[in-house]
Design a protein around this ligand. Sequence first.
Ligand code: AMP
Ligand code: ZN
Ligand code: FE
Ligand code: FE
Length: 293
Amino acid sequence: MSDSFVDLHSHSTASDGTLAPAEVARVAVRAGLAGWALTDHDTIGGVAEAGEESVRLGIDFLAGIEISAEYPHPGTMHILGYGVDPQNATLSDLTRQLIEGRDNRNPKIVKRLQELGVVISMEEVEKEAGGVVVGRPHIAAILQRKGYVSSIKEAFNKYLAPGGAAYFDKERLSPRRALEMIVESGGIPVLAHPVQLRCESDEKLEAVVRELMEMGLAGMEVMHSDHTSELVSKYTAMADRLGLLKSGGSDFHGGNKKDIELGYARGQRVPREFLDGLFERLRSGGVAKAVRE
Ligand code: AMP
Ligand code: ZN
Ligand code: FE
Ligand code: FE
């Protein structure tokens, strides 16, 4: 049993978290962690700052990204990419495509809200986001601040989630494309929070995971704030059986998800062996392509 812990799933102001990347590094140190990964949605805009502060503080750091792939409703498929190379051309292509998908969606949401009588503009939303990744949590924050809803949750239920009055989906990459692009970017693709796929059976989940493995999936996030201890055991057994790397993290978003604390996946600590496994895989070939060039 490990006595040293990490958190391999977190968000900063570069996407929809409320703390700056360097601040997340400081919180990681205060949480007593030996290492952490920043996994902002659709961007690596925060990893340089996060990495520099981590070096200064003497805590291990792994650059990451979280990508939403196409998957049938009501499930959602998110793929984590660990160790992607910030200099890689495929990575710039990837993040550009993802941001374009958002840029097409956000104005539609804002226009529908305006039609519904909400006083809101794209300028306000961009200001709220403060970076390149502009998403629904930023719109939700404005709705709450202006008193249209009393919580972020209500903003999603009433307006922004599927079934809400101003819901629009964003364009997503196919799972195959998302996995390929992470690998081409020098990273390790890991299936995030498998519970959110909402598979109706373990057999179905295993079939989905095996299909992803044929496309390059190398790991599974077994510990996460949405995973009960029963699910953690189940996913751990599945990852071990299928020969997948294991990952785990809180999915920390700062004040945007107030019940989630950095360093804890639903009360459980994530062993540093998970981070070591990822570093080991990266050393033994994951980024070889990028390094050799
Ligand atoms: P977006 O990137 O614009 O698609 O928004 C995704 C973000 O919205 C993620 O951080 C989610 O955790 C958050 N989110 C999605 N659905 C809900 C919901 N029903 N309630 C609160 N937050 C949500
Ligand atoms: Zn998020
Ligand atoms: Fe996610
Ligand atoms: Fe996340």
